[in-house]
Design a protein around this ligand. Structure first.
Ligand code: C2E
Ligand code: CA
Ligand code: CA
Ligand code: CA
Length: 279
């Protein structure tokens, strides 16, 4: 399974395949998860080349299911997308991350920005712009402190509409990251016209970087592409000092991964913020 490295998560392919009744109930359960307050956001730091200076935090959703325990997004985001539940869940995620950011501010420990994942269906939803504007207004988060992570797949649909949506988000002042960069099938052409701030190098390229010269070449190329086009570049899934040093040598200066910290529940992330707050 994609996230089998993370033992806190139950993986359906391993342990649930035979429990089909549970599976069928899952969509129904998910429908109620919001009202029952079962969803939570964990946060993972994004840091600069020194491995410590915090540049942001990514919100990653988890579902504390009453019987199944902590369920990872890989096991319910696809279901949420199919069923359309991703729209209210996405609204909740955005609002919760923004509220949390303001709590950190009040405590004087806020990271420079908070990143929220936006799936394709959310991105294409006609209410997205209104939702983002409403959440920013209501919570008081400065637009420049909200970063939205989208995947290249938003460029494979109605390109004109995608450009318009990105332009409107950009006009609001939020920043935009391309998640899982290099794994989509879209052309590089969109990089010229889309108002993007950051490319996130997918963790599949990072994983074997010190052993696989092709992955190393891909990373070096993405970094120089980003540099030439004026984008920041974040490497995700950095698990070892070796990977970090390779990235640093290749002038990739922003990192995210277990080597720095796993995604943490709010209480633990607050401790991390206090310990790493330098101002
Ligand atoms: P993603 O946005 O690419 O997030 C990165 C994933 O890699 C996260 O898995 C994170 O926990 C994991 N990760 C971070 N550092 C490391 C590392 O050093 N090694 C390894 N092996 N993994 C690492 P997670 O939390 O299971 O999320 C999986 C995917 O679910 C995310 O991929 C994202 O596409 C989606 N997702 C998560 N939260 C949300 C959300 O609030 N809304 C939406 N729409 N999608 C979400
Ligand atoms: Ca992401
Ligand atoms: Ca990613
Ligand atoms: Ca991913």
């Amino acid at each position: 399974a994609k996230h089998s490295g993370d033992r806190r998560f139950l993986t359906f392919s391993e342990s649930m395949a035979h429990r089909s009744v549970e599976m069928m109930n899952l969509e129904n359960d998910l429908r109620h998860a919001l009202n029952r307050d079962e969803l939570e956001l964990h946060y993972q730091p994004k840091v600069a080349h020194d491995g410590r200076t915090l540049v942001g935090a990514e919100a990653l959703i988890r579902w504390r299911h009453p019987r199944l325990g902590l369920v990872g997004p890989g096991d319910f985001i696809p279901l949420a997308e199919e069923s359309g539940l991703i729209i209210p869940i996405g609204r909740w995620t955005l609002a919760t991350a923004c509220q949390q950011f303001m709590e950190w501010r009040a405590q004087g420990i806020a990271p420079p920005s908070v990143s929220v994942n936006v799936s394709v269906r959310q991105f294409n939803d006609s209410a997205l712009l209104e939702t983002v504007r409403e959440v920013l207004d209501r919570t008081g988060v400065p637009a420049g402190c909200l970063d939205l992570e989208i995947t290249e797949s938003v460029m494979t649909g109605d390109v004109e509409r995608a450009v318009a949506t990105l332009g409107a988000l950009k006009a609001m002042g939020v920043t935009l990251s391309i998640d899982d960069f290099g794994t989509g099938y879209s052309s590089l052409n969109y990089l010229k016209t889309f108002p993007i701030d950051t490319l996130k190098i997918d963790q599949t390229f990072v994983r074997d970087v010190s052993r696989d010269s092709k992955d190393a070449a891909i990373i070096a190329t993405i970094v120089s592409l980003a540099r030439n086009l004026g984008f920041k570049v974040v490497a995700e899934g950095v698990e070892s000092l070796e990977q970090m040093e390779f990235l640093r040598d290749n002038e990739c200066s922003l990192f995210q991964g277990y080597w720095v910290s796993r995604p943490l529940p709010v209480a633990d992330f607050c401790i991390y913020l206090r310990e790493n707050h330098t101002v």
